[in-house]
Design a protein around this ligand. Structure first.
Ligand code: 5GP
Ligand code: ZN
Length: 115
């Protein structure tokens, strides 16, 4: 838990969210400003600033997030034909909340390259 981190507060229940998944290591909730019909944010409960500051010891939880993303996607018929899992890292990467998180997006066709 890091003071003044909104995603730590969401994982802790201090800030309310629409939870879609939780286990001992990970929390997932609906994005407040969805960019697709399904837009879910998946975070480790441990506070990590960004992909730039991960440690070897974070390998298990970051791998676990991909398992969780796949499980969540299976629950949404909108993601039957595919989905996108995105990490925005740092200012140029478009990161606005500095608690590492992965966007799970589905329910529409996504363009490449991203904007
Ligand atoms: P980033 O731009 O850092 O990759 O993504 C942050 C995401 O978190 C944005 O899509 C934004 O809409 C979402 N977000 C920021 N604050 C909150 C919040 O308090 N609640 C929820 N549910 N989503 C949030
Ligand atoms: Zn945090």
């Amino acid at each position: 838990m890091s003071d003044n981190c909104s995603f730590c507060k969401i994982a802790d229940g201090e800030i309310s969210s629409h939870k879609v998944y939780e286990d001992e290591k990970v929390f997932a909730f609906k994005d407040i400003n969805p960019q697709a019909p399904v837009h879910i944010i998946i975070i480790p409960k441990k506070h990590i600033n960004s992909l730039e500051t991960i440690l070897e010891e974070d390998e298990a939880v970051l791998g676990h997030i991909q398992i969780v993303a796949s499980k969540i996607a299976k629950r949404f018929p909108e993601m039957k034909k595919g989905f996108r899992l995105i990490n925005n890292c740092g200012l140029d990467g478009g990161q606005t909340v500095f608690h590492i998180h992965y966007h799970l997006l589905g329910g529409r066709v996504f363009a490449w390259p991203p904007g």
